[in-house]
Write a protein that binds this ligand. Structure first.
Ligand code: PEP
Length: 244
């Protein structure tokens, strides 16, 4: 790993109720090593209890989505200001499940990135190719298209990229360290050099306690975005320790 501080984030997806959140967050927050930045990306109803439980600790709280408009007639949506008002630290944008099931486009994501940045929210921007795209030799073109909106980012410290090959998410099929490293290196090279050197790129896709160390040992893998294993405190903390 480089001089970049490792960053491990848990993506709870649509798991854990608000009442289940406080105790779980407290359990995580008391055990964090200083050398790793750690966040949980939680469902909207869990944001307030997560912020409260993480208060005074280094654990950071992220939403899993937000709308790009400051306010308006967008039923069911949440703005950047609503997140910052709760004390939320950042937002996960462009997860493949949002791209696939909620028709999230790169154009909308570029607007969301700008709105999050203007509000002072940190962003994890998720990118990654599907199995069909990889087999068709389109991986690099897909990654280049998906990262385009991030190239204009002003604040490298507030932006993290998560490389998540769609075929590895929730499937137990992890990318090999070599394949993941090649994608990370490619992504870093797409960014202006000042940004590419500083931005952290997490790997996501069935990262577990038993494969985390090998992936995290790659020079361009700066942490992980963890789905399933982030729902079990012991497993998530084992991955955090592997990044330390
Ligand atoms: C994710 O949801 O971003 C993810 C990587 O999930 P999993 O770790 O379960 O593959």
């Amino acid at each position: 790993m480089s001089g970049r501080r490792p960053f491990v984030a848990g993506n709870w997806k649509m798991h854990k109720t608000a009442s289940e959140t406080g105790g779980f967050v407290r359990e995580l927050a008391i055990s964090l090593p200083e050398s790793v930045e750690v966040a949980v990306c939680v469902p909207f109803p869990s944001l307030a209890p997560a912020v409260e439980a993480a208060g005074g600790t280094s654990l950071r709280v992220f939403a899993q989505n937000m709308h790009q408009a400051p306010q308006g007639a967008f039923t069911g949506e949440v703005s950047a200001a609503m997140l910052t008002d709760l004390g939320v630290d950042g937002v996960l944008l462009g997860h493949s499940e949002r791209r696939q099931y909620f028709a999230e486009t790169d154009a909308a994501l570029a607007e969301k990135l700008a709105a999050a940045d203007a509000a002072g929210l940190d962003v994890i921007l998720a990118v990654g190719e599907s199995e069909a795209e990889r087999e068709a030799g389109e991986t690099e073109a897909v990654l280049a298209r998906q990262i385009e909106g991030a190239r204009a980012a002003d604040h490298a410290d507030r932006l993290t990229i998560a490389y998540e090959p769609v075929w590895a998410i929730g499937t137990g099929r992890t990318a090999t360290p070599e394949l993941a490293e090649a994608a990370h290196r490619f992504l870093r090279g797409l960014l202006p050099s000042w940004l590419g050197e500083r931005v952290r790129i997490q790997y996501g896709g069935s990262m577990k306690p038993d494969n985390a160390a090998q992936l995290l040992a790659q020079p361009d893998i700066d942490g992980g975005l963890i789905g399933g294993a982030s729902l079990v405190a012991e497993d998530f903390l084992a991955i955090v320790r592997a990044a330390a």
